[in-house]
Design a protein around this ligand. Structure first.
Ligand code: FES
Length: 106
């Protein structure tokens, strides 16, 4: 599945992701700028914050539970389209997913 990362300056990077990996792992292994993932996916760092394109938010699902609470601690303010991308698992349903990287993570 392809995932498109949009940088704050509007530049885009399209990556072929592996099914079963998290979007955070996909981004860091391809050196996508602005996705850090300090805690390795443990839901304790909030440095994997992304803004999901509004056409995709119902596909990947909205923030909830402990992730919702961690999203209160992001560097750039979170909103209703915010997710911590270590919590998004790649499968065929996310082919074409568009995510915007925040200007700052820490
Ligand atoms: Fe730390 Fe996602 S990688 S919360």
């Amino acid at each position: 599945p392809r995932i498109v990362f949009v940088q704050p300056d509007g530049s885009t990077q399209e990556i072929e992701a592996r099914t079963g990996e998290s979007v955070m792992t996909t981004a860091t292994s391809h050196l996508v700028p602005g996705i850090i993932g300090d805690c390795g996916g443990g839901l304790t760092c909030a440095t994997c914050h992304v803004y999901v394109d509004k056409d995709w938010i119902d596909v990947v699902g909205r923030r909830e539970g402990p992730e919702d609470e961690m999203l209160e601690m992001t560097s750039e303010e979170s909103n209703e389209y915010s997710r911590l991308c270590c919590q998004i698992v790649v499968d065929s349903s996310v082919d074409g997913l568009v995510l915007t990287v925040p200007a700052s993570q820490e």
